[in-house]
Unconditional design. Sequence first.
Length: 498
Amino acid sequence: MAERFKNYIGGKWVDARSKETFESRMPADWNNVVGLFPKSNKDDIDDAVKAAKEAFKEWKRVPVAKRGELLGRVGDLMVKRKEEVALLMTQEMGKVIKEARGDTQEGIDTAYYAFGEGRRFFGKTSPSELQNKVAITFLRPIGVAGLISPWNFPIAIPTWKMFPALLAGNTVILKPASDTPALATKLVEIMAEAGFPAGVVNLVHGPGSAVGNAILEHKDIGVVSFTGSSEVGRHIGSVCGKTLKRVSLELGGKNAQIVLDDADIDLAVEGVLFGAFGTAGQRCTATSRLILQEGIHDRLVEKLVKRAEDMKIGKPWDESVDLGPVINESSMNKILEYVEIGKKEGAKLMCGGYRYTEGACKDGWFLKPAVFTEVKQGMRIEQEEIFGPVLSVVKVKTFEEAVEVLNGVEYGLSSSIYTKDVNLAFRAIEDIDTGITYVNGPTIGAECHMPFGGTKNTGNGHREGGWTVYEIFTEQKTVYIDYSGKLQKAQIDVSIEK
Ligand code: NAP
Ligand code: MG
């Protein structure tokens, strides 16, 4: 009998009001059920908002350094439980154990970053335009934050949202992806153990259509932070527009790595293998396109295809495995559909692109990594996010053409260029229209203390990570203090006092 998990509302572990449940299964072994989770709806969100709103009254008064100390404690507990969390991630989400440790580590780093920010939650001080008057700003919390997260970074992304929101003095409701509810539960268990007051941290499981929508429509939620697909992001943006909520959207990508003729070819192959097939291509920053200058094209493709064919596919908890499964059956089918689309469009499939069921892999959603060459600008496999281990190679003549192809998509998350020419590297940094650019490194590997996000349809202009995420979760309060003892009129009393 599968273990039954609960929501966390107002400091208590509770079932969904409906008492209904849904299953989470292992992508590497679909017959295995990780657990049963509450299938919540609007009623549970109403309960969580009530608890979060009540808790906000006190939580916002806790000094920010003290809130930071609690997050530091969360970091300490995550360090202790890192291996346990990573192992669960291989089971529930399916990324390989090394990457699962990395995902967990990103959560730990985010906790310690927030701990530090608790001692530098600065506003600004400015002289006034009038005498005997000063102007200052404070950062204040917004209230209740509704946080909706995807399954592909099941620990890191919830921490990116929850920790800064909490440090800033908001109370939070997390609605995690339905594919990874056990991991969200594990994280919230750790947070409960760290000792947050009841109602400060709330967790509500359930389908995006019911639970997610209830968050968007609730009048007492002041800010929504969402990471996921552009399709759902558009819906969220429009509902939050109607209800005038602040909303931060981190959406899809169609990231590319450029390799110029002068690049270190082996370094570039190493980079694209990790960028394209790490996490089975299911990173928002995954390398989905490889743009090769014609002089290096054939040699690089030959090395790359050989390495892709040699990648070891298997159970993600096995230390020697390179490539785990994709998240679920419908995702696998969508990826395989794109392989068919690529073939029909006239691209050449050099390797992979089919389901792998040998040995231990028979009951999971495993795919052989695919490399397409002869991909032309404008083909669907060159334009659309596939979110799986499929790489499209485009051949170009010049640096300028490479940048034009890279920029010619609706997304703008991550990008990379391999070259030894420092002039071209700097021109690429300037000309590439993405939120993140790597020079001589793959398109993946963001660090938690730097801004993270993209241009164009990748989002709506916010940046998570680093110091910038705090802008999402705070209101600026501007204060003027007049110590002149008389009425002074800004813009009207313009003459300088003699
Ligand atoms: P998704 O299908 O958009 O789901 C994301 C979250 O939204 C899930 O919690 C989902 O709940 C919820 N949701 C679904 N419908 C909703 C609705 N109508 N109202 C409110 N919430 C709703 O995305 P995914 O498949 O989990 O993740 C993959 C996508 O995320 C990719 O497109 C990837 O590029 C993107 N991503 C972007 C970044 C970034 O920072 N830019 C990072 C990681 C991933 P259910 O699970 O219950 O459906
Ligand atoms: Mg599952």
